[in-house]
Every structure is written in structure tokens, then in C-alpha cells.
Design a binder for this molecule. Structure first.
Ligand code: NAP
Length: 255
């Protein structure tokens, strides 16, 4: 028996990286899973790789979470193709890093649009189903960068915004059987951090090694590390936890 048997889990930005790792975990534990990503072909290819069990299904849906119509349509497709929605993971993300004096208005708007407005729009679309059925689990992806990070004024503000958003969801939606929590990863080896290495003109392996050496547990994180935390918070084992942000960073933020 899996923790998510009979459940439908939606993970945004899940064609790769942390999102794909998380979608994989839900599938392994019995859920039907919808992978939402910008490119429908990439989403469908990723969904086809999910290790679904029993009678569970997987679908890939192309959507831009920062667009209200697109987010609404994606949630309605999940409900009609998978028969409901029980778990929403707001994971889709982008970076447009630059020092403040070089950061453009569009760098700011794009990052806010995907992380913060995207989480708002997807949550709004899902919550009406959650409230109706008096059951729902929301997990939002924040970041250690919420605490401040050079070159990431836009991303840090969005990720701290996600934490405030999550606390408010906890307060407003708790009476309806809905839990909302956030996971704040440290350095996770994905294309996002590979792109940071490229921007810093560093070799990917060297960049990972330096980050591992600076971390109390002496390694970088992997999508599976985040998937485990997200799955716990989305499970019924965590039903007395809401509005919280769990840092999953090897103790990195302590340093
Ligand atoms: P990733 O490998 O870059 O994957 C992000 C995915 O989101 C991509 O498939 C991307 O699609 C998709 N996406 C971007 N904009 C979207 C939109 N508007 N609508 C739908 N999908 C969209 O990133 P990751 O490293 O797995 O990160 C996942 C989440 O964890 C993000 O929220 C990130 O901020 C957070 N996080 C990551 C780290 C880390 O170290 N990796 C640390 C802390 C927090 P395209 O490829 O088409 O753009």
C-alpha cells in the first residue's frame, strides 16, 4: 500500500529536475500524477517515464503557470483526465540573476510571475476542488535564497514571498481540511544550478564540489532529497503541520 493510493498529484515544472524527482516519488507511492510544464511534448515525455503502479495514470500537460487562463485550464484538464485533484506542488521556476543595478524590470517581472503569481494562480484554481471535497495538500517550493543571496534580489523576494503566501494559505484553508507547507531547498544538482555554474564561468562538477565542501553534510542535494520532504508534507502523516517552511539544505543555512 502506498501513501498516495487513489490520490491525484499535480507537480508544476516537472518535466525535469526537482519536479520530475517529486512526480516520480508520488508515482512510486501509488498516485496518479500530472506533470505540468511549459512544453507539452516535454511534459508528456516525462509523464511516460513515471513508474506508476496499480491502476494509476500519468499525464503531461503544457501550461504556463504565470498565466491565469493557462493555469485554470491545466487544473481542469487534470480533473477531467485523472478524475480529481488532491495534491498540488508549486515547483515551476526560473532564474534571471543579476546584481540589482543591472537587473531589468523584465528580470524582476518574469521571476515574480512564475514563482509567486504562478503559485497563486495554480493554488486558486486547485483550491475550489479542495474546498468542495474538504481535502487538499499544497506544497510550495521556496529556497534558502529567501534569506537573501547576492545577484538574486528578484528570486529571493519571490521565494520569501512564497513563505508568506504559504502561511496565509495555512490560516485560510486549514478549516477546509487543506494543508499548505513549503520546502526550501539548498543547493540541488539540477539544470538550474548547472546554469548558475555557466553564468559564473565555472565547470559544473567543480561548482558542485565547492558547494559540497562548504556544506555541513559535505555533499550537494539531489531531487530525491526534496521529493522525500515534499511527499511527507503532502501525506496524511503531516496533517497537523501547516503554514510551515522546511529547509532541506544539509544544514547549509546554519553556516
Ligand atoms: P529546473 O531544472 O530549471 O526546472 C524548472 C522547470 O520549470 C523547467 O522544466 C521549466 O520549463 C519549468 N517552468 C519554468 N517556467 C514555467 C512556467 N511559467 N510554467 C510552467 N513550467 C515552467 O529547476 P529545479 O532546479 O528543478 O527547481 C525546481 C524548483 O525548486 C524551482 O521553484 C526552484 O526555484 C526551486 N529551487 C531549486 C534549487 C536548486 O538548487 N536547484 C534550490 C532552491 C529552490 P522550461 O525548461 O521550459 O523553462
Amino acid at each position: 500500500m502506498g501513501r498516495f493510493d487513489g490520490r491525484v498529484a499535480v507537480v508544476t515544472g516537472a518535466a525535469r529536475g526537482i519536479g520530475f524527482g517529486t512526480a516520480t516519488r508520488f508515482a512510486e507511492e501509488g498516485a496518479s500524477v500530472a506533470i505540468i510544464d511549459l512544453d507539452e511534448t516535454a511534459a508528456a515525455e516525462a509523464a511516460a517515464k513515471l513508474p506508476v503502479v496499480g491502476g494509476a495514470k500519468a499525464v503531461g500537460i503544457g501550461a504556463d503557470v504565470s498565466n491565469a487562463e493557462s493555469a485554470d485550464a491545466a487544473v481542469e484538464r487534470v480533473v477531467s483526465e485523472l478524475g480529481g485533484i488532491h495534491v498540488l506542488v508549486n515547483n515551476a521556476g526560473i532564474t534571471r540573476d543579476n546584481l540589482l543595478f543591472k537587473m531589468t524590470e523584465s528580470d524582476w517581472d518574469l521571476v515574480m510571475g512564475v514563482h509567486l503569481k504562478g503559485a497563486f494562480l495554480m493554488t486558486k484554481a486547485a483550491q475550489k476542488h479542495f474546498v468542495e471535497q474538504k481535502y487538499g495538500k499544497i506544497v510550495n517550493l521556496s529556497s534558502v535564497s529567501a534569506l537573501g543571496n547576492r545577484g538574486q534580489a528578484n528570486y529571493s523576494a519571490a521565494k520569501m514571498g512564497v513563505q508568506g503566501f504559504t502561511r496565509t494559505l495555512g490560516i485560510e484553508l486549514g478549516p477546509f481540511g487543506i494543508n499548505a507547507n513549503a520546502v526550501a531547498p539548498g543547493f540541488i544538482a539540477t539544470e538550474m544550478t548547472d546554469a548558475t555554474a555557466a553564468r559564473l564561468k565555472m565547470d559544473v562538477e567543480e561548482f558542485r564540489k565547492l558547494n559540497a565542501e562548504a556544506n555541513p553534510v559535505r555533499r550537494v542535494g539531489f531531487p530525491e532529497d526534496i521529493a522525500a520532504a515534499v511527499a511527507f508534507l503532502a501525506s496524511d502523516e503531516a496533517s497537523y503541520i501547516t503554514g510551515q517552511t522546511l529547509y532541506v539544505d544539509g544544514g547549509g543555512k546554519l553556516g
